[in-house]
Design a protein around this ligand. Sequence first.
Ligand SMILES: Nc1ncnc2c1ncn2[C@@H]1O[C@H](COP(=O)(O)OP(=O)(O)OP(=O)(O)O)[C@@H](O)[C@H]1O
Length: 279
Amino acid sequence: MTPAPFPTGPSQKPSPPAAIAVEGLDCRLGGSLGGRTVLHQVGFSVPPGILLGILGPNGSGKTTLLRCLAGLQAPSAGRIRIEGEDPRALRPVELARRLALQAQDSAAALGFTVRDVVGMGRLAHRRSAFAGPGPEDRAIVEDALARLELTALADRPVERLSGGERQRTMIARALAQRPRILLLDEPTNHLDIHHRFALLDLLRGLGITVVATLHDIDLAARWCDRILLMKDGRLLSDAPPDAALTPERLAAVYRVAATVDRHPGNGRLRIDLSPLPAT
Ligand SMILES: Nc1ncnc2c1ncn2[C@@H]1O[C@H](COP(=O)(O)OP(=O)(O)OP(=O)(O)O)[C@@H](O)[C@H]1O
């Protein structure tokens, strides 16, 4: 007799593991002498496939948080898991196959062309340190160049690029790495409005987990699935844009007066910001 199958239903399905899980994270920078704690008890969890924005004023800890997620900075307390693993316990090549970081104003390798630099994103996927790029590597590099509208610039040395072109090159390199998690530190820096929109459209369409620090509140409201709002190294809110970007929160975090409503036609959040009146 065939045994009855175990009942299965939505309640029986295990929920997918978080792409990123952070608990009780403290981070101290600057060494033991004169150092200071710049992240305090930060905790959040990111399901796979969403676009998460990290917003907050200068110095609020956004870059430090990304560096901790990327395993570049050791937490002084708490726990970080990338697909269930401690990023600092993984071999660098194993971490690089899961996660790519585009750092703020990453130094592009001078003397190399745009195509060379984007090709560096493939290094973690090589079978050995001596293997050259294969046809798949080349196809992935050309795809990343095309997605960032860099094909026409592919043979140009990076030192002869504009700031925005260099920024797009570093993002293309991170994409060529084909990570499952992409960490981007102010990716819209230097980009004109067309390339800002194109980049955020691209990021949303990738279907991977993307975490991006952003200073543009409108862009964050329009494209992010969820927003972490940070101030003074603390996480003040972790919510979808309409719940995160309230006038009260924006006043508390950025010291600005905000009116927030929805466009009557397309329903998108509209945020109008001005300085707080002098008291
Ligand atoms: N090596 C360091 N030693 C001590 N403090 C540091 C060090 N690096 C950064 N900090 C401080 O840590 C705090 C957080 O910096 P972080 O770069 O994470 O902020 P941020 O939110 O990314 O800022 P921004 O929007 O200006 O890029 C800041 O007060 C900064 O001055």
